[in-house]
Design a protein around this ligand. Structure first.
Ligand SMILES: [Zn+2]
Length: 137
């Protein structure tokens, strides 16, 4: 993808502070960190959203994430982090190349997030459950 900033980073056309790299995965520091050590993990191949990814690239990302998260925690002296992965503008995705954020957390860091848990009206949960199951078939 010619205009993709992350593809340019993969190709070395835009510099990045690399953390980890193998044939499938690249990891580097986010240039706009929410906290010290905020790291991105991306597939080297361009995918826009998570559900487009190949099984192989997903497996490689899955193997890399916990390794990198452990290193980020050790290096930043924390034992807490969020993994955040946004798909689509409505979900907050700003770069259209799949990426996973590893965001180290410390007490009172002020980052927070909204988690406005709701309750389903009677029966709606089962309808949604059945609709999702039907889509998986
Ligand atoms: Zn890309």
């Amino acid at each position: 993808m010619l205009d993709c900033i992350f593809c340019k980073i993969v190709a070395g056309k835009i510099p990045s502070l690399k953390i980890y790299e193998n044939d499938h995965v690249l990891s580097f520091l986010d240039i706009g960190p929410l906290s010290d050590g905020h790291t991105l993990v991306i597939p080297k191949k361009h995918y826009t959203v998570l559900h487009e990814m190949s099984d192989v690239d997903l497996a490689e990302i899955g193997k890399a994430l916990p390794r990198i998260a452990q290193a980020v925690m050790a290096a930043t002296g924390t034992d807490a982090y969020n993994v955040l992965q946004n798909n689509g503008r409505t979900a907050g995705q700003l770069v259209d190349h799949v990426h996973f954020h590893i965001i180290p957390r410390v007490n009172d860091d002020g980052l927070g997030y909204r988690w406005n848990a709701q309750k389903y009206p009677e029966g709606k949960d089962k309808k949604i459950q059945q609709a999702i199951i039907a889509e998986l078939r």
